[in-house]
Design a protein around this ligand. Structure first.
Ligand code: ADP
Ligand code: MG
Length: 380
């Protein structure tokens, strides 16, 4: 990929550029916890974006996307948003950096990536983090890494119409090979935990479906959580977010909230605890417990939070049946991938069976992504 990018850069712009990279991410556990002020537990992966970039001394940037075979020019000093969707992730990063007092001049860039688009591995965060990191470096801004992640997040909000949390950009900026990062979504505190699953592989199975329910269901879940937290807060004023609550405190308000709000809250409080349990297990190198927690999360997302779908349940059930160590839906639900922790000796049998049975059941193919935890945004 690097050589292809450099060759294209030479063809379009000539002079020798600098190379930067930033990855997509997985989240091992901690789903629907972010807006509840809880933990997420992401890591950067071995799929990412690589960009060749060189300042050109003007205020006009010229950017070529190899994967989309598309070219764009924009003036970084003007609030004129380019029309091509992909270029907004880059233009937005420039503007958000300038808003924060950073300097961004015109540059020439060629980029490509191998994060599958829209599969839940956050190709958009990889793109934002790559340019945020690169432009910070190239123009001598001294913006700290967390703020670079926020630049990506604000880009999604203000230029791409996606009201996302901070996890994806955070993981893409802060990732470290052999580590997952537990992020407290309320305070921004984070801590690295070792993730070296020797004898196991991490594999994502992409259902290649996205059910339309996702947006309205998401809002309904958020409202349930807010109502449950409000009820608990009457007894325990320190409960700002649902994740601040103990399980016992939820039981106290069982009669005051709907059954639906109760089971949603039950999932969230359980999930926050599971992240902590997984971190403990990782410090002991106990991957069997990690896997068991993943199944519990899947159960919770499917039966309590009700954001799964037949395709995801099918894959998680198959994993359980085949004695895979851990499996669960990753991301918001209603489609996307399952993330699976599989012992090496089971790997071939599992992915072969999953691919065949999935096709037989649903009439189309799934996709398989082998992931390894890698480094965050960096200069190559
Ligand atoms: P994801 O879940 O992968 O982040 P999004 O819909 O948020 O999905 O972002 C995907 C968008 O990001 C693409 O439609 C494209 O505009 C941009 N993008 C990501 N990767 C690339 C790439 N390699 N080349 C060009 N654009 C990309
Ligand atoms: Mg995205």
């Amino acid at each position: 990929m690097k050589n292809k990018i450099l060759a294209k850069f030479a063809e379009l712009f000539g002079e020798v550029p600098a190379l930067y990279a930033a990855p997509g991410r997985i989240n091992l556990i901690g789903e629907h916890t972010d807006y509840n002020g809880g933990y997420v537990f992401p890591g950067a992966i071995n799929f990412g974006i690589i960009a060749a970039i060189k300042p050109n001394g003007s205020s006009v940037s010229r950017v070529f996307s190899i994967d989309l075979n598309d070219y764009v020019e924009f003036n970084v000093d003007e609030e004129i948003v380019p029309s091509q969707q992909w270029s907004r992730y880059i233009y937005g990063v420039c503007r958000e950096m300038i808003k924060r007092g950073g300097k961004v001049g015109g540059f020439d860039a060629v980029f490509a990536g191998d994060v599958p688009l829209g599969a839940g591995l956050s190709s958009s965060a990889a793109l934002e983090s790559c340019f945020a990191f690169a432009l910070n470096d190239l123009f001598g801004n001294k913006i700290d890494t967390f703020e670079l992640a926020r630049i990506g997040q604000s880009t999604e909000h203000n230029y791409c119409g996606v009201k996302c949390g901070i996890m994806d950009q955070f993981a893409s900026c802060f990732g470290k090979a052999g580590s997952l990062i537990r992020l407290n979504c309320k305070t921004g505190e984070y801590k690295y935990f070792p993730f070296n699953p020797e004898g196991y592989r991490l594999v994502l199975l992409d259902t290649c479906v996205k059910h339309v329910l996702a947006d309205s269901a998401y809002n309904k879940r958020r409202e349930s959580c807010e109502r449950a937290a409000a009820a608990i807060r009457e007894n325990h004023p320190e409960v700002e977010f649902l994740s601040d609550s103990k399980r016992l405190w939820l039981d106290e308000v069982r009669d005051k909230i709907s059954e639906e709000d109760f089971i949603r809250a039950e999932y969230v409080i359980g999930e926050v605890q599971r992240v902590l349990d997984v971190c403990d297990a990782l410090e002991r190198g106990d991957y069997e417990t990690v896997g068991e927690m993943m199944y519990q999360t899947h159960f919770g997302l499917s039966r309590l939070y009700e954001v799964s779908c037949p395709e995801l349940d099918f894959l998680a059930r198959l994993a359980r049946k085949m004695d895979v160590t851990g499996s669960r839906v990753m991301g918001g639900g209603f489609g996307g991938c399952t993330i699976n922790l599989v012992r090496n000796e089971l790997y071939d049998a599992f992915v072969t069976a999953a691919a065949a049975k999935y096709r037989e059941q649903f009439g189309h193919d799934l996709k398989i992504y082998d992931v390894v935890i890698g480094d965050g945004a960096r200069k190559l």
